[in-house]
Ligand binder design. Structure first.
Ligand code: PLP
Length: 367
C-alpha cells in the first residue's frame, strides 16, 4: 500500500536533530516566548526575505490577527478565492468583515485576477490571496489591481512556504504573509504553530503584542489582545525543519517531475509556467469521475486525498454569510484528487503510482 502521507516516516529523517532540539527546550526551563521563538522568527524572516516574523499559535490566528491589524472599517468587503481552504474565509469573518468570493482558474486552482474587477464593491478594502497547493497566485496581476484600487493584500501562505513567482517569495508581495506550520504543511511543526511575516514596522509591533494579550510590558495592556503564542518547543523543532526546507522542496519537485513525465494524458495535471516555482504542498490532478477513480486506486494499493470535498459556499457555517453560484469552485471540488507526494515517499513509490495509473487507462481514459 502506498500511503498518502506518513508523518512519522517523514519526521524520522530528522530524528536526531529533533530530539536534540526538544531536549534543549526541556532543559532550558523556559517554554513560552523565549530564545527559541526569537531565533526561529529571525531565521524564518531571513528565509522569506522580510524584516519581521511574528510567531503565533496557528495559521488561522495568523490570518485573523493580521486582518484585524489592518484596521479596515468594520464590515469591509474582502476578496477571497471561492475554493480556498475554509480557514481563509473564517478569518475574514472572525475579523469582522465580509468575504466576497472570486472564482479561481481551473488550471491552477488559484484566484483568477481577471475576475477581481467584477467582484469589487464600494466597500472592498482588501484582497486575501491563497497560494493554494504550493503554487503562487499571479501576484503580478493581483498586486497591480490592488494598487490601482487602493486595496490591502493579505497572503495566505499556509501551503506555500518557499514558493516563488519570478524569483520572489510568496509572503513578500502583500502587506502581510500568513503561515501555518500544521504538521502536514511543507514546513510542519509537531503540533500547532503559525507565523506572520511583514515589512511594515507598525504592523509587526502591533502583532507582537496582540498575540500576547495586547501587552507590551508584563501586566500592562495596550490592545484587546489574545493568547496566540508560538511555544518554545514548536519553535525549536521548526528551526530544525527550516534548515531542511529547501532540500525537502527540491525533493518534492523531483517527485512532481516523475508525475509530470509519467501520469497518463487523460488526467488533468497542474499547469506549469516557467516563472512559477511550485513547492507542491499538494499535487492536485483532476478527473471527472474522481470518486470512482479514487476508489479504484485504493483497491489497487494507492491512497489519495481530496482537497477539498465541500466548497466553502456549500458549508453550513457559511449560510447567511455567502450567497451566489460558484461553478468553477464546484467543478474543482468535484474533480480534484491529491496524489501522494512527501519526503516520506521514494522515487520508486511515485513510479509505482504512475504504473498503477497506466493500468487504469482502459477504464478511465474516456470521461
Ligand atoms: C492549513 C491552512 C490554514 C490554517 O492553518 P492552521 O495552522 O491549521 O490554523 C489556513 N489556510 C490554508 C490555505 C491552509 O491550508
Amino acid at each position: 500500500m502506498i500511503e498518502y502521507e506518513n508523518l512519522a516516516r517523514s519526521n524520522s529523517q530528522y530524528m536526531q536533530e529533533l530530539e536534540q532540539a526538544a531536549t534543549r527546550v526541556i532543559q532550558s526551563g523556559w517554554y513560552i516566548l523565549g530564545q527559541e521563538v526569537a531565533a526561529f522568527e529571525a531565521e524564518f524572516a531571513q528565509y522569506i526575505g522580510v524584516k519581521h516574523c511574528i510567531g503565533v499559535a496557528n495559521g488561522l490566528d495568523a490570518l485573523i490577527l493580521s486582518i484585524e491589524a489592518l484596521d479596515l472599517p468594520k464590515g469591509s468587503d474582502i476578496l477571497v478565492a471561492s475554493n480556498t481552504y475554509i480557514a481563509t474565509i473564517l478569518a475574514i469573518v472572525r475579523a469582522g468583515h465580509q468575504p466576497v468570493l472570486v472564482e479561481p482558474e481551473l488550471e491552477t486552482f488559484n484566484m483568477d485576477p481577471a475576475k477581481l474587477s467584477g467582484a469589487m464593491t464600494n466597500r472592498t478594502r482588501a484582497i486575501c490571496v491563497t497560494h493554494l497547493f504550493g503554487k503562487s497566485c499571479r501576484m503580478d496581476a493581483i498586486c497591480a489591481f490592488a494598487t490601482e484600487h487602493g486595496l490591502k493584500i493579505v497572503e495566505d501562505c499556509a501551503q506555500s512556504h518557499g514558493a516563488k513567482l519570478s524569483g520572489r517569495m510568496t509572503g513578500t508581495f502583500g502587506d502581510v504573509g500568513c503561515f501555518s506550520f500544521y504538521p502536514t504543511k511543507n514546513l510542519g511543526a509537531l503540533g500547532d504553530a503559525g507565523a506572520v511575516v511583514t515589512n511594515d514596522d507598525a504592523l509587526a509591533d502591533r502583532l507582537r503584542h496582540t498575540r500576547n494579550y495586547g501587552s507590551k510590558q508584563k501586566y500592562v495592556n495596550d490592545y484587546v489582545g489574545v493568547n496566540s503564542r508560538l511555544d518554545e518547543m514548536q519553535a525549536a523543532l521548526l528551526r530544525v525543519k527550516l534548515r531542511h526546507l529547501d532540500e525537502m522542496i527540491q525533493y518534492k519537485r523531483i517527485l512532481a517531475e516523475i508525475y509530470f513525465d509519467n501520469l497518463p494524458s487523460w488526467l488533468h495535471l497542474p499547469r506549469r509556467r516557467d516563472d512559477e516555482y511550485d513547492v507542491f504542498h499538494i499535487f492536485g490532478v483532476r478527473h471527472k469521475r474522481r470518486d470512482e477513480l479514487r476508489a479504484w486506486l485504493l483497491e489497487h494499493g494507492v491512497k489519495t486525498e481530496v482537497h477539498y470535498p465541500i466548497p466553502p459556499h456549500r458549508q453550513k457555517a457559511m449560510s447567511g454569510i455567502i450567497s451566489g453560484c460558484y461553478p468553477i469552485s464546484e467543478e474543482l471540488h468535484a474533480s480534484e484528487l491529491s496524489m501522494p507526494i512527501s519526503v516520506g515517499h521514494t522515487e520508486d513509490d511515485i513510479r509505482t503510482v504512475c504504473a498503477i495509473f497506466d493500468k487504469a487507462t482502459s477504464r478511465f481514459a474516456s470521461a
